[in-house]
Design a protein around this ligand. Structure first.
Ligand code: IPM
Ligand code: MN
Length: 365
């Protein structure tokens, strides 16, 4: 097994968390005898500073020549006053479009060992396991025309049947492997794009008789996520709604640092933790690398077809949490072992080795 992986550490805590994800992947490669080749490139504010562009040509070419892209985070307060097209975030949006992945999978799982880290009551979140399927290449993020003058500004929300169908299929296929339930989220009581969304999703659902479909308005969904998250299995929604709802869903897991994502559907998969650059805690060794490490697991699953190895990493994450190791964002009291970003990475590496060993021993019997 050989994989070429482009690593884009990016800004803020991005470099710290991606370093741990890469170390975990290297451990998997050593154990299984895989060849993973990593090549690092600049994106975001880091790229603006040294190369003058949030997505330099060299970075894009490297991504297009690889099997998968692992990204840390983009964004920096230094760039807050730049026009939209020159900001670090513009680099990420250009990259998403160039790679072509239109379905962004964001699992929000309440791990039993940290269910009391959520500000929500543990009886509400315990057992919640949601997959948000966010459309990633359409809607307000990319719709034309768009513009800004001194006196007014506008964006366009636009969706075609094809764009809705393809992401809906990803959601239904995912539901088949889970609890066979899709909740499609829209604002069909107000928006035309949502009316088309709802009709189209309902039509795609006919091809999946085993999957139960319900439609929920986005405002109601925001409320259900924090009052009854267990009512959801797969949530299917458009780009901006998915952006907002996935940060909200992070509350269920205990910390935004826990959330991973995979962008699929294009030629080359893009894997990134959801947390963003968190400039306030960057460089202090306290960032939570679980989201980045879980994104690496998703990379093995979706770009490497290495389901077992992906599960090994996911199980290793659970073992480290069960042993009580926590970064600051998910620590509660003295019974927790406060750990740095690199310590967590090291612990996951060791746990991955342990899990794989046990599996091999089991097969040998
Ligand atoms: C996310 C982020 C991005 C988005 C930003 C950084 C452009 O918030 O991945 O959720 O809005 O999609
Ligand atoms: Mn976001």
């Amino acid at each position: 097994m050989k994989m070429r992986i482009t690593v884009l550490p990016g800004d803020g805590i991005g470099p710290e968390v991606t370093a741990e994800a890469v170390r975990v992947l290297q451990t998997v490669a050593v154990i299984q005898g895989f060849r993973f080749e990593f090549e690092e490139h600049l994106i975001g504010a880091a790229a603006i500073k040294t190369l003058g562009s949030p997505l330099p040509r060299k970075t894009l070419d490297a991504c297009l020549a690889s099997n998968a892209v692992l990204l840390g985070a983009v964004g920096s307060p230094e760039c807050d006053n730049l026009p939209a097209q020159q900001r670090p975030e513009a680099g990420l949006l250009l990259l998403r479009r160039a790679l072509g992945g239109y379905a962004n999978l964001r699992p929000a799982i309440s791990y039993p060992t940290i269910s009391d880290c959520s500000p929500l009551r543990s009886d509400i979140v315990k057992g919640a396991d949601i997959l948000i399927v966010r459309e990633l290449l359409g809607g307000l993020y990319f719709g034309e025309p768009r513009g800004l003058t001194d006196r007014n500004a506008f964006n366009t929300m636009r969706y075609s049947v094809e764009e809705i169908e393809r992401v809906a299929r990803v959601a239904f296929e995912a539901a088949l492997k889970r609890q066979q339930k899709v909740t499609s989220v829209d604002k069909a009581n107000v928006l035309e794009t949502s009316q088309l969304w709802r009709q189209t999703v309902a039509r795609v659902a006919l091809d999946y008789p085993a999957v139960a479909l319900d439609h929920v308005y986005v405002d109601a969904c925001a409320m259900h996520l924090v009052t009854n998250p267990k009512r959801f299995d797969v949530i299917l929604t458009e780009n901006l709604f998915g952006d907002i709802l996935s940060d909200e869903a992070a509350v269920i897991t205990g910390s935004l640092g826990m959330l991973a994502s995979a962008t699929v559907g294009g030629e080359i998969g893009l894997y990134e933790p959801v947390h963003g650059s968190a400039p306030d805690i960057a460089g202090r060794g306290i960032a939570n690398p679980f989201g980045a490490i879980a994104s690496a697991a998703m990379m093995l699953r979706h770009s490497g077809q290495l389901e077992q190895e992906a599960r090994d990493i996911e199980q290793a994450i659970q073992l480290v949490l069960e042993a009580g190791y926590r970064t600051r964002d998910i620590a509660r009291d003295e019974s927790d072992q406060l750990a740095t970003t690199t310590e967590i990475g090291q612990l996951v590496m060791e746990a991955v080795a342990e899990v794989a060993d046990l599996r091999h021993a089991y097969h040998a019997v």
